[in-house]
Design a protein around this ligand. Structure first.
Ligand code: AHR
Length: 508
């Protein structure tokens, strides 16, 4: 056997030694190989998935000049060298452009193209790329970044090499953030159609995570989210796209999700990716009506449905697809390896700190506008010139109380001082002042993660739910803007200045 790209002889030896328990630096794909079900696709922005893999994990592109850099592990089999990203992206924005396949088969994931269900919002109809800093995480104390999928984001490979087709057996696992999900179709990782269209039942077999998408959703016990299988035109929690009470709500901060399938049989398994073992939520026959035999096409998706349905959100840290149907025993060893990787949450914020309960003002730093502050006029959030001699009404309109993030307690929300109960939130990429209706979507729209100002002044305020987007004033109106995105307010000219604000004591 000749080493494939991304491997060396030591890696093959490593795989051989996992079974004997004599290898300390095995990765999940070494374990799958020892079980006779080798990885044919292996994706992670956080770590190498083979003990000997030292090649690129992912590529980022920066907004300041469009240049790109590959992020490698710190050492073979190790955690991503995230400080390379941090240095490369300092003072600008970065997007994840490629998630490399570590299996040596070239099954890399890149920006998802338009599909049967949806064009992406980019000018060419492609989906959004993910921010490189939306999902910071620690693995045994070392910082890395996951892939934060906002609605309309997605990655895909429609020219796969070696993944399961037709009714061939396969296994898949992924590690997700169990607190980041929605009801949109479809936060998936796995096997899908090679033309991004929906030709009918059974053409895909991917892991799905979330609370379903309406008419074709399965459910489990509780209110979700659930690990399900997206088998095309149906999210299956078990035998049929209805309720499977043995499939529990699973919302650990880090979730291991498994879907595997072979002729006439498939299974869903899951567990806490930070501790403990896997449980089996379904193991049985294939659903009726076009799902047995399967007609899998082998393309690889991350963050969207098979036909590019791109309304879902979620966070991906690592995942693989195998050739052959892995045994539960093999998957249990993979779970132990994931737990050993030591996934833990880390700070979502940086820069000057905000104090919950304090009243603040936010002053623009663009040269045009340094006497202008973030204010509101009705429910439009804008900038106005404010000073100590302004009217009391204007001073109150320019003062905001810092609250714990409504959608994520590691970030912040901003409550109006003159309209208590109303918060700054984004809607249609505009910032608005709206009353808190206590819905999940409002809470997430109203949560922002401060970081050091991109122009080195004050803070920039990143949207928690669309982390490629920041508070930006543009012609005096506030938006959430991405650097070079498809809208007028995404213009790259003076982007860093327009998204940086000096946050001081409130006027009122
Ligand atoms: O099966 C659910 C979704 O239905 C698939 O992801 C998509 O291709 C279709 O719209």
């Amino acid at each position: 056997m000749l080493p494939r790209p991304g491997f060396d002889k030591a890696g093959i030896l490593a795989a051989a030694l996992v079974a004997t328990g004599r290898l300390v630096n095995a990765g999940p794909c070494d374990i799958y190989a020892c079980g006779g079900t080798p990885c044919v696709a292996a994706h992670s922005t956080t770590r190498a998935l083979y003990g000997a893999y030292a090649g690129p994990l992912y590529q980022v592109s920066r907004g300041s000049d469009g240049t790109k850099v590959d992020i490698l592990p710190l050492k073979a089999g190790g955690v991503a060298h995230s400080s390379v990203q941090d240095s490369f992206c300092a003072g600008t924005t970065c997007l994840i452009t490629i998630i490399y396949d570590q299996s040596g088969r070239g099954n890399h994931l890149t920006q998802a193209p338009p599909g049967g269900a949806a064009r992406g919002p980019e000018a060419d109809g492609y989906d959004y790329l993910s921010s490189a800093i939306g999902a910071p995480v620690k693995l045994n104390g070392q910082k890395a970044y996951g892939v934060f999928i906002s609605p309309y984001s997605g990655y895909r490979n429609n020219k796969p090499n070696g993944t399961a087709v037709g009714d061939e057996p396969e296994g898949m696992y992924a590690v997700f953030d169990g607190t980041h999900y929605n009801t949109g179709c479809c936060f998936d990782y796995g096997n899908a159609e090679t033309n991004s269209q929906d030709p009918g039942n059974g053409h895909m077999e991917a892991i799905y995570f979330g609370t379903g998408d309406g008419s074709v959703r399965g459910t489990g016990s509780g209110s979700g989210p659930w690990i399900m299988a997206d088998l095309e035109n149906g999210l299956f929690s078990g035998y049929s796209p209805t309720n499977n009470p043995a499939n529990p709500t699973i919302n650990y901060r880090f979730v291991t999700a498994i879907v595997k399938g072979k002729p006439h049989q498939w299974a869903i398994r899951g567990g806490n990716a930070a501790s403990g073992t896997l449980s089996t939520f379904y193991d049985g026959i294939r659903p009726a009506n076009g799902y047995d035999p399967m007609i899998k096409e082998g393309a690889i998706i991350l963050g969207t449905g098979g036909d590019n349905s791109n309304w879902a959100q979620g966070t991906f840290y690592e995942g693989v697809m195998t050739k052959g149907y892995p045994s539960d025993k093999t998957e249990n060893k993979v779970q132990a390896n994931i737990v050993d990787a030591g996934y833990a949450a880390t700070s979502l914020t940086s820069g000057p700190e905000l104090t919950v309960g304090s009243s603040v003002s936010l002053r623009a730093t663009t040269a045009c506008c340094t006497t202008r502050y973030v204010t509101h006029d009705g429910n439009t959030v804008n900038t106005q010139v404010v000073s100590s001699s302004s009217s009391d009404a204007l001073k109150r309109a320019a003062s905001w109380t810092v609250r714990t993030g409504l959608g994520n307690s590691a970030c912040f929300s901003f409550e109006s001082n003159d309209t208590p109960g109303s918060f700054i939130r984004h809607a249609g990429y505009h910032l608005k002042l709206d009353p808190n209706d206590n819905t999940k979507i409002f809470h997430e729209d109203a949560t922002f993660c401060p970081m050091g100002g991109l122009n080195s002044q004050g803070n920039s305020l990143r949207s928690w739910s669309y982390p490629a987007r920041y508070w930006r004033h543009f012609n005096g109106i506030l938006y959430i803007a991405s650097n070079g995105g498809p809208f007028a307010w995404d213009n790259t000219v003076s982007f860093n200045d327009d998204v940086s604000y000096v946050i001081s004591a409130g006027f009122a």
